[in-house]
Write a new protein. Sequence first.
Length: 87
Amino acid sequence: MSSDLTGAEDSAAAPQVIEPVDPPSSRFLYVDVSAMRAKQLRRGALPRLGSTETQHPLKAERIAMEEVRKGLVSYDLPAFKPRAFTD
């Protein structure tokens, strides 16, 4: 066994600090980001909210919306590429 494997396991086990980002300015973007995060939660991702904030079980969609509202979910927007319309 190589020693590289033990180093990778230690770094993977360390908790990641998530810095809050600005919530989406558009309602449509908010819905899209929340829907993608809810899908991740339904597939087994751990909620990013503290355990004190979720004392009773909530739907994945509600948890995702709260995470996005608090800026705990980061997202990337694709670069805008204008298309030329041809007649």
